[in-house]
Structure formats: structure tokens, C-alpha cells
Design a protein around this ligand. Structure first.
Ligand code: FAD
Ligand code: AMP
Length: 479
């Protein structure tokens, strides 16, 4: 097998496999090195996202949502269900089957595109030389004109709560529980904590979320975050803000968690504890001393806007570099780097990265929040539309939430779109496209949307920016 390539990609998560496939599509002789082994010790492609992230979490979120719909809401629409039961092992087995199919699919796509795969770990040396160690031993040197590092991230651990096999688990453990814990603690009310807390709360766990910050989802628009907090609490998630976890102890087959809040020191006892306090870039054993690749002060690989590292011809993309830790952000960076290597002028528009929290309702946004614009002293106008006024939301018995469009006061250009509603992970794409094309709120208002759809609520929110929404009663309308 050849040891010299045009491009070697390290890591086959979403950032890496997109980079590898695109490079190969563009005629570059491309290799991809991946070290992931699944539970049965088999090599697995797709990284965190496919194996223990986006996909398995959405499988469990969608399944548990269907359970809640059947248990609590079917009777409202004239459907009677008897004998409804949760079978956690079957649920986990289905999730694992989805993961297996997808990870095998990625292996197949790499192969079909002519990417040479190496299963084992890579270490980067000077002059774009890579020391490759295969699973089971055996080292060889591979060389490339261009290296793309896409080694991703791993969960952050906190000293007060070290991960144990049985009681204190990270997101990976929380995706593989074999039964519903009676009482479940979650540290961190970030995206992962809320999603995993929602899954197990829906399936019957009493869930307490301990969050150090006083503010809920500070990166989301404050109006949306406030309503989302209300809805999640209504669903039974006991979200406690301003609560810092300081210690833990395993006692009588339970986890006793010590924490402090504004009233002082307290403790809570759980059957399981999920630590979901964020993720950190993964560069363990990756960079030899002579690699020329530098890290920033937070441990991310230092890159410029075009994802070039400090070493000529070496790039880094995805979670291992600055920016939001999101699969789609890494995918676009991977594609940008592959296309630039092939001589194209591709850029990533970091102002248009959508964010989604897959709770119910889903919380989705793109662009600036009102609080960011206020802080920057920008003049803006807002149009909102409540889902309760949407015919389609009513027809589908799912009317919680709202859509909010923020536009520049002077130019009407859309600056941000914020959604709390069912299927907003899909609806937000319409806002991303509008913003990517530099749309004004008026442009969206002049666009025809199919009726009846949830998308019409985005249309109405855009019309509401200039006071012309049709389905909102009692609003003072501008001429
Ligand atoms: P990764 O997916 O982490 O892949 C890196 C790969 O590199 C791994 O396969 C690893 O084995 C390999 N590797 C590392 N070092 C080496 C080496 N030295 N040699 C060879 N191979 C190496 N994001 C979303 O956008 N949407 C979601 O809904 C979402 N949900 C999530 C839910 C959970 C529970 C978690 C944990 C994450 C979620 N994320 C989500 C985040 C998403 O998974 C990451 O942003 C994404 O996987 C990052 O992609 P990546 O390619 O940069 O890195
Ligand atoms: P994210 O980075 O979005 O995944 O969110 C992780 C959350 O965990 C952040 O909101 C942190 O404030 C929170 N967090 C981190 N450490 C602690 C701690 N010791 N106790 C409670 N919450 C924490």
C-alpha cells in the first residue's frame, strides 16, 4: 500500500470524513486514519457524532418523545393506547443498530470515493510526516502534501465527580443505560445535559439538573430561554440554577452529591449522576514535539479563519479548533479545507451557524440574540409570532413556543432568528438560507410559504417585524 498521499485526514468524525470524501471527489489521492473502536472492539467510523453523540442522542430523544405523546397526548386527539410500556434494552438495541448502520455507511462512503483508510492512531511529525500505529501494533510512516487534523473532542471531567463505571457517568454512559434510574442527577444545563436529562425524565426518572450559572442557556435569546426553562420545568425537569457541584461520594449504591447555592452547602442523593459539563479538544498523543502545530491557551489547535495551523500544509477542523462544537460546523470546515487544497476559494460563514437544543419543543437559532445586539449598541427591530396562533400547530396539537425574527432597524437585514417550537431544528434551515443570502425581513415576508405549515410562523414573524403579521390579533399595525 502506498505511504505517500496528497491529503491525509486524521479522524473520521463529521469534520474528518467530509474533508476526506470531498478531497477524494476533487481528485486528490486521499487517506483517512481513524482509531475509534466500538464496544465489540471493531473499528468504527463517524467519530463522536455517529457513535456517542448526535445520532444516538436523537434516537433516544425521538423515541422517548413518541412515548410521551402516546402516554400523555394521544387521548387529547381521540386516540386510546392500552398496554404502553417502556422497554429500555429494546430502545438501546435499536439505537445501537442505527449507529452501526451509519458508521458502516461512512466506511462504505470512504471506500466508494476511493479514500484509503488506516485503522489505528496517527501522530504528526515535522514536514507533514505521520507516524501511524495500527490497532494491534505495527508502526509505519505516512507522508502527505497536506494534513487535515480532525481529532474532535472528549467530555470534560470535573474533580468533584470522577466518572465511575456504575454511578457517575458521562454522556456516553447516559446513552447506554439499561434501565430507567429512579432518581437521576445531571450536572450542567447545557445542550447535552438538557437533551439527556429530557430522555430519562420522559422515560420516568425523577431528574434534577444542577447548573452553576444563574442564567439559563445564556447563548440563546433571553426571551426564548426564559420560555424554554418554563416548559422544561413543566415537563418535570427540576432545573436548579446557581448551583455549583463541589463533591460526590458513592454510599449504599447511591451517589451523594454535594453542592452549594445561594443558601449555602447542600446535598442530594441520586441513583445515577450524569456529568455533562462540556467537552474539550482532543489532542492526546497527536502532536510530536517537532510538529510545528501549536495549541491556543484553551487547548484547541490554533488555526486562522481558513483552518490553517502554524505548520505549513497542516490544517485542523471541527471540535479540535475554536468555534462552536457542532457537527455541521466541522463538516463545513472540512469541506472548505479540502476545496482550498484543490485550489478553490471556499469560505465558512461563521455568522450563519445554526444551533439546536433537541428538547421538546426544540430550541433553535441562528445569528445574533437580542441581548448581544443590545450589548453592541445596535439598533434593531423584532417581530414575533406565537405558535398558538399557527393553524398547523393547532392541527397537530403542539402549540407551545414562538418564532422571533430580529432585523437591522435601518436596513431591515435579518440579524438573527430564534425559535422555540416543534420541528424548529428543521425550520431553522429556512432562516439560515435567508441570512446566507442576505435577506431582509421584508424579503421573507414577500416569500410564499405553503399552507398549512409550521414554516408559515417564520413568515408571520418576518411580517411582524414591520407590524404586518396577519394572524396576531390586537397588534397595533404600522401603515
Ligand atoms: P469527532 O466526532 O470527535 O471525531 C474525531 C475522530 O478522530 C474520532 O473518531 C476519534 O477516534 C478520531 N481520532 C482522534 N485522535 C486520533 C488520532 N490520533 N488518530 C486517529 N484518529 C483519531 N453536534 C451537533 O451538531 N448536533 C447534535 O445534535 C449533537 N449532539 C451531540 C450529543 C452528544 C451526546 C454529544 C457528546 C455531542 C453532540 N454533538 C452534536 C457534538 C458533535 O458530536 C461534535 O461536534 C462532532 O462530533 C465533532 O466532529 P469532529 O469530526 O470534529 O470530531
Ligand atoms: P455546555 O458547555 O454547554 O455543555 O454546558 C455545560 C454546563 O455545565 C455549563 O453551563 C456550566 O456552567 C455547567 N457546569 C460546569 N461545572 C459545573 C459544576 N461544578 N456544577 C454545576 N454546573 C457546572
Amino acid at each position: 500500500m502506498s505511504t505517500k498521499f496528497d491529503v491525509i485526514v486524521i479522524g473520521a468524525g463529521p469534520a474528518g470524513y467530509h474533508a476526506a470524501i470531498r478531497a477524494a471527489q476533487l481528485g486528490l489521492n486521499t487517506a483517512c486514519i481513524e482509531k475509534w473502536l466500538d464496544d465489540s472492539g471493531e473499528p468504527a467510523y463517524g467519530g463522536t457524532c455517529l457513535n456517542v453523540g448526535c445520532i444516538p442522542s436523537k434516537a433516544l430523544l425521538d423515541t422517548s418523545h413518541k412515548f410521551i405523546e402516546a402516554r400523555d397526548h394521544f387521548s387529547e386527539i381521540g386516540l386510546t393506547v392500552t398496554g404502553l410500556k417502556v422497554d429500555v434494552p429494546a430502545m438501546i438495541a435499536k439505537k445501537s443498530e442505527v449507529v452501526r448502520n451509519l458508521t458502516r455507511g461512512i466506511a462504505g462512503l470512504l471506500k466508494a470515493n476511493g479514500v484509503t483508510t488506516f485503522e489505528g492512531s496517527a501522530r504528526v511529525h515535522a514536514s507533514r510526516s505521520i507516524e501511524f500505529t495500527a490497532h494491534g501494533g505495527g508502526t509505519q510512516t505516512l507522508n502527505a502534501d497536506h494534513i487535515i487534523i480532525a481529532t474532535g473532542s472528549v467530555p470534560v471531567e470535573i474533580p468533584p465527580c470522577p466518572i465511575t463505571a456504575d454511578y457517575i457517568i458521562d454522556s456516553t454512559g447516559a446513552l447506554a443505560l439499561e434501565s430507567v434510574p429512579k432518581r437521576l442527577g445531571v450536572i450542567g444545563a447545557g445542550v447535552i445535559g438538557l437533551e439527556l436529562g429530557s430522555v430519562w425524565a420522559r422515560l420516568g426518572a425523577e431528574v434534577v439538573v444542577l447548573e452553576a450559572l444563574d442564567e439559563f442557556l445564556p447563548m440563546a435569546d433571553a426571551t426564548i430561554a426564559k420560555e424554554a426553562l418554563k416548559q422544561l420545568r413543566k415537563q418535570g425537569l427540576d432545573i436548579r440554577l446557581g448551583t455549583r457541584v463541589t463533591g460526590s461520594e458513592i454510599k449504599k449504591k447511591k451517589v451523594v452529591v454535594a453542592y452549594s447555592d445561594s443558601d449555602g452547602d447542600k446535598s442530594e442523593t441520586f441513583d445515577k449522576l450524569i456529568v455533562a459539563v462540556g467537552r474539550k479538544p482532543y489532542t492526546q498523543d497527536l502532536l510530536a514535539a517537532d510538529s510545528g502545530v501549536n495549541l491556543d491557551e484553551r487547548g484547541f489547535i490554533y488555526v486562522n479563519d481558513l483552518c490553517s495551523t502554524d505548520a505549513p500544509g497542516v490544517y485542523a477542523v471541527g471540535d479540535v479548533v475554536r468555534g462552536p462544537m457542532l457537527a455541521h460546523k466541522g463538516m463545513e470546515e472540512g469541506i472548505m479545507v479540502a476545496e482550498r487544497i484543490a485550489g478553490q476559494k471556499t469560505l465558512v460563514n461563521y455568522d450563519c451557524v445554526p444551533s439546536v437544543v433537541y428538547t421538546h419543543p426544540e430550541i433553535s437559532w441562528v445569528g445574533k440574540t437580542e441581548q448581544e445586539l443590545k450589548a453592541a449598541g445596535e439598533s434593531y427591530k423584532v417581530g414575533s409570532f406565537p405558535m398558538v396562533a399557527s393553524g398547523r400547530a393547532m392541527a397537530s396539537n403542539d402549540t407551545v413556543g414562538m418564532i422571533k425574527v430580529i432585523a437591522d432597524d435601518a436596513t431591515d437585514r435579518i440579524l438573527g432568528v430564534h425559535m422555540l417550537c416543534a420541528h424548529s431544528s428543521e425550520l431553522i434551515a429556512e432562516a439560515v438560507i435567508a441570512m446566507e443570502f442576505g435577506s431582509s425581513a421584508e424579503d421573507l415576508g414577500l416569500t410564499m410559504f405553503a399552507h398549512p405549515t409550521l414554516s408559515e410562523s417564520l413568515h408571520e414573524a418576518a411580517l411582524a417585524v414591520s407590524g404586518h403579521a396577519i394572524h396576531v390579533a390586537g397588534r397595533k399595525r404600522k401603515k
